[in-house]
Design a protein around this ligand. Sequence first.
Ligand code: ATP
Ligand code: MG
Length: 549
Amino acid sequence: MSERSNFIHDFIDEDLETGKHKFGEIQTRFPPESNGYLHIGHAKALFIDFSTAVKYGGKCNLRFDDTNPAKEDTEFVDAIKYDINWLGYNWEKLCFGSEYFDMCYDFAEKLIMKGKAYVCDLDKDQIREYRGTFSEPGIESPYRNRSVEENLDLFRRMRAGEFADGTRTLRAKIDMASPNLNMRDPAIYRILHINHHQTGDKWCIYPMYDFAHPIQDAIEGITHSLCTLEYEAHRPLYDWVVEQCEFEKKPRQIEFAPLNITNTVLSKRFLRQLVESGTVDGWDDPRMPTLCGMRRRGYTPEAIKNFLTRAGIAKTDSLIDFALLEYCVREELNDKALRRIAVLDPIKVVIDNYPEDKVEYFEVSNHPAKPELGTRKVAFTKELYIDREDFALVPPPKFFRMKPDGEVRLMGSYIVKCVNPVVDEDGNIVEIHCTADLETGCGMPADGRKVKGTIHWVSASNCEDITVKLYDKLFTIKNTGDLPEGMTYSDVMNPESVITLTNCKAEKGIGDTEDGHFQFVRTGYFVRDSKNPEVYNRTVTLKDSFKPE
Ligand code: ATP
Ligand code: MG
């Protein structure tokens, strides 16, 4: 799908026109925190960061934002790298925010020397109290006017480990009356006696995100720092840091609306809760909006990227219909997935006039629209399985599938007539006896009679037992950002988000096929589970009325 232009590209075009940057110099970055697995919201950010770099002949770095040592884990670093590559993106430089701790520290001292930062002894609660509100200006800290010498001394002693966590911070000296609360002398360094997964115990003070991020961007030569809307109010601080640290090349922060999808929550914090409470079966549960979950569900990188292209990039918040994602997945699988036959709720059919030991092979196409994908041979025998819903003892009007005394085509093979459905005492169908029109074969009946219905089937002696999992939305409400008063996400979880069908029958050889993506004919798109090879996950149903605009 071709790249659409968007407001971010308009800004960049502007920067090219004014000569601020040249084509080929555009540099972006993707800055995940290594505290969880990537979800499809992150895929949007990746899509924007990488496609922007590509469009302008530039590069995109992957930078793990690990300034917050308490929350990170190397398990996530590897998973995030894997997921980015899976989407088809290759970063230029791989960096860690912690690599810049020395430089951040030097810049902090520089700010102190310029009189632009001071050590403050107020604690967290006092700082909040002094900060004021949207309608009231803040109050200046009593430590605001310490001398440069005193500030330097205290800051160095903070670094040396002389003070306990939370007893002091280094704050930028900006404006306690600013209408933007982020500009009211924000903390830029805090004391944390904690081991860091990259730097060990080298540091006991850590820079705040708002201070570290612009410095990292500027050092790496990022020209456009693309992020979600929540950072809009932080942009003046971003620019202040770049300005005060006297970087010659100034990165430009541009914010875009985060991805929101109906019936889904895109928040690592909440997804982690689902995993830790055992509500879902891990980060890669096929119901999860994580990239690993979607991969296990059978979504492909191309489908996800097509979805992101169609969802578009805008400056204002919106809620994208999950059906658009399913549409894109279906569109791609319709094109690529091999056709196979599976019967999800089997009932046995016995062809009375077919010899006991005979096996006949019918040649079936792997993809009706793509002869280049070849054919395969499917066995036909006396005993078969068909899907329960393809039979009706008391058929409703216009029921063209199997019914008593009715004829139906077994897909790709004989026309059969249902002569005797065997029903047990409780009214359940036990098995169905039929006779086949062996004269006609795969052709049309010679006498010109019409057979309207065609149903799928597998041979009972030439099939594989499989388990099928049908997935549905994780939440019952459309807009999870608008949770009804007093409710939690747990209250709106869909109790039928997964249905497991054991005892399903698939044509023989399905397990040997390398590519695990299939269309089960007349049933839906499925993928072989990456952890349990006898399990097939439904990726998406066959049809939906949804049409993208
Ligand atoms: P979460 O709230 O899920 O934990 P996060 O913003 O804390 O997300 P980060 O690892 O910091 O997670 O995100 C990396 C990048 O992905 C950031 O630039 C962030 O703006 C972007 N991002 C996160 N969520 C979304 C989303 N729903 N849509 C688009 N971009 C997103
Ligand atoms: Mg974040």
